[in-house]
Design a protein around this ligand. Structure first.
Ligand code: HEM
Length: 127
């Protein structure tokens, strides 16, 4: 039986994921709407966790050992619009890295699934 390589292998493994994550946070921090969320954040640690998360989502061997996404983003008041902007930056960087449509579609699905745990609950933030 012929098994196809994982998305992780198709795009070039951890070195490519690390490059994507660097370019992703360059874009996010260059976006005036998003930059304030990252004030005082330990960026090397955040990048390491994002690399692990992306590697494991793409089928690589690295397990994700960061915090649960809901927990990690709790209390930040992230809006739906800002979430979508972050998602667009990620997709743009992946597209720029020559990642195929099938992978982009799956990343889009994952982004849709985790949105509700990252975006602030309007009921909690209305005061
Ligand atoms: C689009 C989907 C997103 C994914 C997959 C994602 C992923 C992650 C990961 C893996 C971490 C590290 C968790 C840990 O500390 O172990 C993290 C932390 C963080 N994220 Fe996100 N994130 C997303 C969206 C966002 C958005 C929309 C914002 C703000 C606009 C944001 C801001 C932050 C900040 C500020 C931290 C650092 C938290 C801390 O160290 O206290 N993230 N994110």
């Amino acid at each position: 039986m012929i098994t196809s390589p994982s998305y992780y292998d198709q795009i070039g493994g951890a070195p490519v994921v690390r490059e994507v994550v660097e370019r992703f946070y360059d874009r996010v921090l260059g976006d005036d709407d998003l930059k304030p969320y990252f004030t005082g954040i330990d960026m090397p640690r955040l990048k390491r966790h994002m690399v692990m998360l992306l590697c494991s989502v793409l089928g690589g061997p690295e397990p994700y050992e960061g915090r649960d996404l809901g927990e990690a983003h709790a209390g930040m008041g992230i809006t739906s619009e800002h979430y979508d902007k972050v998602g667009e930056h990620l997709v743009a960087v992946l597209q720029g890295g020559g990642v195929g449509e099938d992978i982009l579609r799956d990343v889009g699905l994952v982004l849709g699934k985790v949105k509700s745990s990252i975006v602030a609950d309007p009921a909690e933030t209305a005061d």
